[in-house]
Design a protein around this ligand. Structure first.
Ligand code: AMP
Length: 144
C-alpha cells in the first residue's frame, strides 16, 4: 500500500482539535505527507435566516475574524504554514469534501465524539464527512 501524500485535517478549534492535529502530524511524519488544516464557519443565516428578520452581517464578520485569528494561532502552534490553513464558509461536511478534492488529499482526519446522531460510533460531522468521502477518512476519538 502506498503512503499518504496529502492529509487534510478538519478542526472545529475546540480543545479536542489538539488531539486530532497531533495524530495527523504523526501520520504525516511517518508518510512524509503534506498537511493541510481546514476550519469551516457555518453562516448564521443557515441556522436563523428564515426565522429571524435580522441582518447578521456584522456578527458574521466578527465570527469570521475571530475564527481566522484562532486558526492562525493554531497553525503557528502546530507548525502549519499559512498557505496550508484554510477557512471557508458553509457546512462542514460539504466543505471538507470539497477542499479535500481541490487539494488532492488522500486522507481526511477528523475528530469523533461518539455523542450524537448515530452516536455510539461517530458524531454528526464525522458521520457526514465519512459518507461520500472520495478518500480515506480517519476518525480520531476525542472527548468522552
Ligand atoms: P462533531 O461531529 O460536531 O462532534 O465534530 C467532530 C469533528 O468534526 C471535529 O473534531 C472536527 O474534526 C470536525 N468538525 C466539526 N465542526 C467543524 C468545523 N466547523 N470545521 C471543521 N471541522 C469540523
Amino acid at each position: 500500500m502506498s503512503d499518504y501524500t496529502k492529509i487534510l485535517v478538519a478542526v472545529d478549534l475546540s480543545d479536542d482539535s489538539t488531539n486530532v492535529i497531533q495524530r495527523a502530524i504523526a501520520i504525516a511524519a511517518n508518510n512524509n505527507a503534506e498537511l493541510h488544516v481546514i476550519h469551516v464557519i457555518e453562516p448564521l443565516s443557515f441556522a436563523y435566516g428564515g426565522d429571524i428578520p435580522m441582518d447578521f452581517s456584522g456578527i458574521q464578520d466578527e465570527i469570521q475574524q475571530q475564527a481566522s485569528l484562532q486558526l492562525k494561532r493554531f497553525g503557528e502552534k502546530h507548525g502549519i504554514a499559512e498557505d496550508k490553513q484554510h477557512i471557508v464558509l458553509g457546512r462542514p461536511e460539504v466543505e471538507v469534501h470539497s477542499k479535500a478534492k481541490e487539494a488532492g488529499a488522500d486522507l481526511i482526519v477528523i475528530g469523533s465524539h461518539g455523542r450524537h446522531g448515530l452516536a455510539l460510533l461517530l458524531g454528526s460531522t464525522a458521520n457526514g464527512v465519512l459518507h461520500g468521502a472520495g478518500c480515506d477518512v480517519l476518525a480520531v476519538r476525542v472527548g468522552n
